[in-house]
Design a protein around this ligand. Structure first.
Ligand code: CO8
Length: 258
């Protein structure tokens, strides 16, 4: 039984809530371990979309736990960073889409967690930032890598060097989030988006995610070949046969993920 994670299943949607309210959901090594265990047991056949959020209305995740990091030596700092980065990479590579519902502060490791998700939605009171240099460290859960890919080098460097958080409207403007909602509507909107994803062919969604992730760093011709390969693979699935048959017969389709 997890101490800091609340897991709820709503049909094919799973909601994972980080719940450490005393520290605004800051990530300590116990939470990182619980996230790993959750990913070990997540059935991505049954669950077709995952939503990650934080408990309460104030914070998504206010960073890595500063009280735990304060006494670390160099080797321990390396290890703590590696553990967080590994969990976040697992989230990024899940064969199902992951939506971050950012309900308040997403600072440091919290912003990095949101960035490891495929899609970010936020409440209008959200704040995103990488304030690490103000603590004498750099982003350590792959923020230097992901932020530049999402918002571009210039804005990533400004956010990381100045450490000043951006508000929800600015996060929307720079493409760090896809949409901003009143706090009371955020989860309903996240679930509605998840439901619309779940209605589509799961293997096709998984292959589309893999293509977008893996092709990003490939030279153009290799990337195009990669997509071509997976496009061909779609035609070996029942979902493709059933989806196209249903379209041609003007019927609704319930994809099986086969
Ligand atoms: N770690 C530990 N405790 C925290 C954290 C945190 N990141 N954030 C908040 N808390 C605690 C506070 O200490 C406070 O505890 P207490 O009630 O016992 O005093 C409680 O949560 C409530 O916080 P505040 O009283 O500060 O609430 P405010 O509304 O005044 O401020 C803020 C909210 C602005 C979010 C403020 O709490 C804050 O600035 N928090 C720290 C944000 C931050 O710097 N985050 C980045 C941390 S570094 C990081 O994430 C690095 C990731 C990579 C790690 C690599 C490892 C090697």
């Amino acid at each position: 039984m997890a101490e800091f994670l609340k897991i709820e299943h709503r049909d094919a949607v799973c909601i994972c809530t980080i719940a450490a309210p005393k520290t605004l959901n800051a990530l300590n090594s116990v939470i990182l371990g619980e996230l790993n265990e959750f990913l070990d047991t997540l059935d991505t056949g049954r669950t077709r979309c995952l939503i990650v959020t934080g408990e309460g209305e104030k914070a998504f995740v206010a960073g890595a736990d500063i009280s735990e990091m304060a006494g670390l030596n160099e080797a321990e700092g390396f290890e703590f960073g590696r553990r967080g980065a590994d969990v976040f990479r697992r989230i990024e590579r899940l064969p199902i889409p992951v939506i971050a519902a950012v309900n308040g502060f997403a600072l440091g490791g919290g912003c990095e967690l949101a960035m490891a998700c495929d899609i970010r939605l936020c409440s209008d009171n959200a704040r995103f930032g990488q304030p690490e240099v103000g603590l004498g460290i750099i982003p350590g859960f792959s923020g230097t890598w992901r932020l530049a890919r999402i918002v571009g080098m210039g804005m990533a460097k400004q956010m990381i060097f100045a450490g000043k958080p951006v508000r929800a409207d600015e996060a929307l403007r720079i493409g760090l989030v896809n949409a901003v909602y009143p706090p009371s509507e955020l989860m309903d909107e996240a679930v509605a988006l998840a439901d619309s994803i779940c209605a589509n062919a799961p293997l096709a969604v998984a292959m589309a995610k893999e293509c977008i992730n893996e092709e990003y760093d490939l030279p153009a011709d290799e990337a195009i070949r990669y997509e071509n390969e997976l496009f061909g693979n779609c035609f070996a699935t029942r979902d493709q046969k059933e989806g196209m048959r249903a379209f041609l017969h003007k019927e609704k389709v319930a994809f099986e993920g086969r």
